[in-house]
Design a protein. Structure first.
Length: 122
């Protein structure tokens, strides 16, 4: 009996898409650790070790949460924006002025911190 179970496990590992416990065919097939986009969400191919040896697409990072777009399974900032954890315009963003780590107390103009503005803009 042990030999039969071991052979079934080896066969399922070899085929990669056969449920080792139930003998059911897997519905999703993908290459392990492959990444793709589903709309603006990263999808990562993973395997269900606890139930079967089937691979499936698992939802990863939602690129919209940081102002990015999904390209080839990666979150990428649009052209002209820097990846500072969120996509930022280093020329105008007072939280990322000139670089991702530079924050201004006032405004950011052309990547440089300007004088502090009052709430009324004056």
């Amino acid at each position: 009996m042990r030999g039969t179970a071991a052979m079934a496990l080896v066969a399922s590992l070899t085929l990669g898409c056969v449920d080792a416990l139930l003998g059911n065919e897997c519905e999703d097939e993908c290459s392990l650790d492959h990444r793709s986009c589903d709309g603006n969400q990263v999808q990562v191919c993973t395997v269900t070790w606890w139930v079967s040896l089937c691979t499936y697409w698992d939802a990863g990072e939602n690129c919209s949460d940081r102002g990015a777009v999904c390209v080839d399974g990666q979150c990428v900032c649009p052209e002209g924006l820097a990846d500072c954890g969120t996509c930022a315009d280093l020329m105008t963003d007072p939280n990322h002025c000139g670089s991702c780590t530079a924050a201004c107390a006032g405004v950011c103009v052309n990547g440089l911190c300007g004088p502090h503005q009052s709430p009324d803009g004056g």
